[in-house]
Write a protein that binds this ligand. Structure first.
Ligand code: 5MM
Length: 341
């Protein structure tokens, strides 16, 4: 595998005005979302949901790559086509989440370290054989009184960098996702301070582990006040704080930054991405796009409710949101109408 292949894949994932679709919820997370709507929490229902997404008409016009979960990459459409192959056929690059989840960090109450490095080299080879061309790993950082600790930031940054180096060795583009959670009542300024530190430490580890910056993507949180904060800052204030943080920390060699949505509403996630691309386009050295799960999937899941009769309506809701975010990438999302201009 050459460095050029990694670079070409990373660039393809952030090309034109498309974004990424995160459909890599673990079974526990997917089941939690199904339970809230009374949908059966079974492998068959999860397969039905993922088929609805993968076969949504026109999805490939706004989505460049989709991140699958281990169960999903081993499943097939009703027509017997593996999901990774169905995505490729729709012009969407298949990817795979390879971490095995955030686990309690010893001696650090309230904090986690993401696991999954053991056996990762072998798993990456298997996923590449199934058609995956990129991968994703999420480190989780909580803000609370006295948190995050330096230990938590460091172990997660180190794991992200080791994962990224292994991905590149296997020819897969690593998406590096250090997520600062929006749970809590902290201010926008506190999130900015923590996110900046996390990104600095992450890029220091990526450098130390020899990761090719041109052959990776960053998936960060936006800089936001905590969900329970008394002051909920404006769309412009979030855009300004997020861009200040990214411009200080993300090297220009990285081809793209693709945000997670983290629990924001679908509309706010689109509006904030739109504001960043509108105000800062000329100053950004990298593409700025989306890799949302909830902010793209939730309206479609609400429409589907596990009922086959609602598939077409749910697919339209899904593609509508991906088109809104595609518009936001070029500063063309109409916040008043919640629609592409
Ligand atoms: C932060 O979560 C990622 C982006 O999703 P949102 O846009 O909803 O924030 C997402 O890719 C996440 O990593 C997956 O859903 C997997 O999560 P779990 O916790 O199930 O491994």
């Amino acid at each position: 595998m050459t460095a050029q292949t990694l670079i070409d894949t990373a660039r393809a994932l952030v090309a034109s005005d498309k974004g990424l679709l995160a459909m890599d919820e673990s079974n526990a997370t997917c089941n939690k979302r199904f339970a809230a709507l009374g949908i059966p929490q079974t492998a068959a229902a999860r397969r039905d949901w993922r088929e609805l997404i993968v076969t949504a008409p026109g999805l490939g016009d706004s989505i460049s790559g989709a991140i699958l979960f281990d169960e999903t990459i081993r499943q097939q459409t009703n027509a017997g086509q593996p999901f990774a192959e169905a995505l490729s056929g729709a012009g969407i690059i298949p990817g795979i989440k390879v971490d095995t989840g955030a686990k309690p960090l010893a001696a650090h109450p309230g904090e986690t370290v993401t696991e999954g490095l053991d056996g990762l080299r072998e798993r990456l080879a298997e996923y590449a054989g199934m058609g995956a061309r990129f991968a994703k790993w999420r480190g989780v950082i909580a803000i609370a009184s006295g948190l995050p600790t330096r230990a938590c930031i460091d172990v997660n940054a180190h794991a992200l960098a080791r994962y990224a180096a292994l991905c590149q060795e296997a020819g897969l583009v690593p998406i590096v996702e250090p997520e600062v959670l929006m749970d809590g009542d902290h201010s926008l300024a506190r999130c900015a301070e923590v996110t900046e530190e996390v990104l600095h430490r992450t890029f220091a580890e990526l450098r130390a582990q020899g990761v090719l910056l041109e052959g990776m993507l960053l998936k960060p949180n936006m800089v936001l006040p905590g969900q329970k904060a008394a002051t909920q800052d404006s769309v412009d204030a979030v855009a300004d704080a997020t861009m200040a943080c990214l411009l200080r920390t993300v090297p220009a060699a990285v081809p793209g930054v693709a945000f997670l949505s983290g629990g924001q509403s679908a509309q706010l996630a689109s509006a904030r991405l739109n504001a960043m691309n509108t105000k800062y386009k000329s100053r950004m050295p990298w593409a700025l796009t989306f890799s949302f799960s909830r902010a793209v999937q939730q309206p479609a899941l609400d429409a589907w409710k596990g009922d086959a009769a609602n598939v077409a309506e749910a697919q339209q809701a899904l593609v509508f949101r991906t088109r809104c975010n595609q518009a936001a990438r070029r500063g063309g999302y109409d916040t008043q109408r919640d629609a592409p201009r």
